[in-house]
Every structure is written in structure tokens, then in C-alpha cells.
Design a protein around this ligand. Structure first.
Ligand code: BTN
Length: 246
């Protein structure tokens, strides 16, 4: 086991991603180290957003990996593998999950997990990668203005033991990370594409030209979203260049 070989638990932290980064400055952590907490006072989401999580209700973790086999240009592979690991965990309990590009995990049209990946690039190599995951498990009420949060408890009515869930998630992420190590890049990308939210479904998006109807076809090797517009035109988008309209 790589992911989960070393687990550091703290009762509360500002942010597990920031904390693992601080630890790395002072010591050599083994690859696969997971930092886990019950509560974050400054949990960070994508695009400078906060990550809401009630004390002791959900999984809040950051994972250190050293993916020396990946060139920075291909760093999206890490994102795809981690997204799939979370899907594998969800598959133990529910159906209807999908990956909203680039790496939100949805169940039907609600968000159950978010991923914040922070890579340290040195020249042409990834020195280390920190994958932060917030996975909603037992929270019943969400107070922030996040549009559509959901948890396993809300979906199933059941309470989940967080220690067991962490073990399962670590093992699912570990299997996916081993696919990265053995360079099964096509397998990872194809499976990721097959699980994309709104793939092949005509729906509304917004790009710099305005709102349009389109359908997601695929994701390129460097992680751009490949979309066909109703007009027949095709386009590839980087993160923030396209918005999903509900
Ligand atoms: C998103 O905006 O969807 C990404 C959310 C990522 C949240 C997790 S919780 C654990 C880790 N520590 C953080 O501060 N953020 C990530």
C-alpha cells in the first residue's frame, strides 16, 4: 500500500492541504502520507472558495504523492486517477455518481466531493503532488451558499463510520494511483471519460461567446474539455473557459 501507508490525524486544522505543505518543508514524509482532520477552520476549495464541512461529519484529507513518472504537461492524469478512486469508493454504497469536469464528484446533479490538487513543479518534473479531498459523508445540513451539496447520509439515510470510510477510500485511491505508477494512462483516461457528468447529453454551457447548447465528447490528453456545439463547431476548453449552466 502506498496511499494510506502513513496516516497523520489532527483534531482540527486550518486546512489539511496547507498543513501537509508545512510538514513537507520540515521533514521527509513518505509517499502516500495522508493528513486527516475532523474540522478545518480555513478549508480551501477551488477558485479561492471555502470548503464547508461540519465538525466530525465528513472526510477531510490530503494525500502526498511523488508522481515522478508524470511530466507536468500530463499532470491531469493525477486528477483523473483521484476522481476515479472517489467513484470507486462511492460505488461501494450508491449508484448515480459521475465526474463533473475537471474534478467535482457528483451524484445525480448534486456535489458530494471536491478535489483540490496542488502540484509542485521543478523544471520538467513534478516534485510532489498534494491531493486534497473533501468528501461529504454524514452531514445533513449545509449552511454555505454552495449551490447543490449532498452527502452519503442524505442519499441513503444511513450513518457511516468515518474510520472505516477512510480505510476504504485510501485503498480505492491506492489502486488507482498504482495504475498511474504502471502508466496505464489510456485506461485511466477512458474510464474517466466514461464517467463524465453530461457526457453526450445536449445541455447548456457558457463560454466567452455566451450561452450555447452543446454536448461533451471527451477530454484531451492534457485535460481540456472537448465539446461539440449544436451548430456543429467543436471546441476545447481549459479550466474556467467554460461554465456548466444548470
Ligand atoms: C472544491 O472546491 O471542489 C475543492 C474542495 C477541496 C476541499 C478539500 S477538504 C481537504 C483539503 N484541504 C483543503 O483545504 N481543501 C481540500
Amino acid at each position: 500500500m502506498i496511499i494510506g501507508s502513513n496516516i497523520i490525524f489532527r483534531e482540527n486544522l486550518p486546512s489539511t492541504n496547507s498543513y501537509i505543505g508545512q510538514l513537507l518543508r520540515d521533514e521527509n514524509l513518505p509517499e502516500g502520507t495522508i493528513v486527516c482532520t475532523n474540522y478545518q477552520s480555513a478549508g480551501r476549495g477551488q477558485m479561492g472558495n471555502n470548503w464547508e464541512s461540519e465538525d466530525g461529519k465528513n472526510l477531510l484529507i490530503s494525500i502526498l504523492t511523488l508522481p515522478s513518472m508524470i511530466k507536468p504537461v500530463n499532470q491531469f492524469i493525477i486528477s483523473m486517477a483521484m476522481s476515479l478512486g472517489i467513484c470507486d469508493f462511492l460505488n461501494r454504497h450508491i449508484r448515480g455518481y459521475s465526474i463533473k469536469w475537471p474534478n467535482d464528484i457528483y451524484v445525480n446533479s448534486d456535489k458530494i466531493a471536491g478535489i483540490l490538487i496542488e502540484n509542485s513543479i521543478m523544471g520538467d518534473n513534478i516534485e510532489y503532488s498534494i491531493t486534497g479531498i473533501g468528501l461529504n459523508i454524514n452531514q445533513d445540513k449545509f449552511l454555505s451558499d454552495a449551490p447543490n451539496p449532498v452527502s452519503l447520509k442524505l442519499l441513503t439515510g444511513n450513518y457511516f463510520d468515518l474510520t472505516i470510510s477512510l480505510d476504504q477510500l485510501a485503498s480505492d485511491l491506492d489502486l488507482r494511483y498504482k495504475q498511474v505508477i504502471s502508466e496505464k494512462f489510456d485506461l485511466i483516461r477512458n474510464e474517466y471519460i466514461s464517467k463524465l457528468y453530461r457526457r453526450n447529453k445536449w445541455s447548456n454551457f457558457r463560454d466567452q461567446e455566451g450561452i450555447f447548447t452543446g454536448r461533451i465528447l471527451s477530454v484531451t490528453e492534457i485535460g481540456k474539455l472537448h465539446v461539440e456545439k449544436k451548430s456543429g463547431l467543436q471546441a476545447e476548453y481549459s479550466f474556467k473557459e467554460i461554465e456548466f449552466i444548470p
